[in-house]
Design a protein around this ligand. Sequence first.
Ligand code: ZN
Length: 422
Amino acid sequence: MKGLMLVFGFLAIFAAVGCASKVRYDNFKVFKIQTKNAEQRQMIEKLAENAESFNLWHSDDKEVHVMVSPQKLIHLQNYTRSHNLPLEVMVSNVQSLIDDEQPSKSTDDLSFGWTRYYPLSAIEEFLDDILAKHPLVTSEINIGTSYEGRKIRAIKISYKSGNPGIFIESNIHAREWITSATATWFINELLTSEDEDVVNLAQNYDWYIVPVLNVDGFVYTHETDRMWRKTRQPVEGSACIGADPNRNCDSHWMENGGASSDPCSETFAGTHPFSEPEIKALADYIASIKDRLNIMLAFHSYSQVLLSPYGHTSELTDNHDDLMAVAKAYSDAVKELPYGTEYTYGTSATSMYFTSGSTRDWVYNTQGIRLSYTIEFRDTGRFGFILPPIQILPHCEDTFAGILAIVKKAKELGYLEPKYTI
Ligand SMILES: [Zn+2]
């Protein structure tokens, strides 16, 4: 019976959007809704829990971005009108953005150039190629296995022993494609650039980089539903699939409304801490090398903001001033580039909303990694998750300048002393 329910739930999603193979978003719109207080924001978020017609793209203390199906458009308009909430169209047709994002046949080339987004198989080939070309300074890390049995692969770049370590986690949320595009670019840059700053960064730090953590979800976004966010593990007793992997860690799990207990919610915390095999595997791996790690960066999109611990409380950490100084260094450095991209920063709970069980907070609270950030990439609400491929390279430059500045500031503040003896 449970299996049957799952099948029905699955079919319903496809029926709702009228396609048998790939979920389509024809005439789905994304609206920016201005909210004045937490109560109004929560009202919209609650509405967005009905995943078939609404989908939450972003929420902070000023506005909420919600995707809505054409059938429910009137419903949303009536709702916001009756609550006096100003409404503005952010995306007029989500499917056209998805179509524009796809490479045309003539440019359908899987060799890496960062002018398009690549499927998992191409990212794995890229990793194989890098590992083969740089055998003396790279090694493959097998983080573990996903629910659907895929390998979660990562790379370690180390030029010498005794380096402090920096961990980069990327694409934990499946639809945030710009994150793995950036992670792969960064790997390539560290290994091939002759720029003095890059060489210094590559040689004097050990880099642990997971380009795609949520491998099942990522494949699902390429093959079935571009807007999928969660893992792909079924939930017992529910027709809804998957949990929010970034709410699944065993650190203040489900505290203070920082996640949902509803399996159909986009922020479902999982049935228990580390219920998602991908997150359990990541945690086990990080725990095994925690003494080698000084900084953790979790790549996300979108909003252009650096978020520090905590997410579960608005209390500040004991090294809050340092966390802000390092985040400010990132923001200042990125703004200086010709693109002028602006990043804000603050603690997760005070700048956005309460989140519990994130990997960022778990490493900070339990693994002694004192500089830990979520970085929400471009943009601030024009294309959202479907950032046009033409922005990949400029965005990668932004990120590089930012990370360079983070490392410089962290070193200045004494956070990059090795914590282990050789
Ligand atoms: Zn995310």
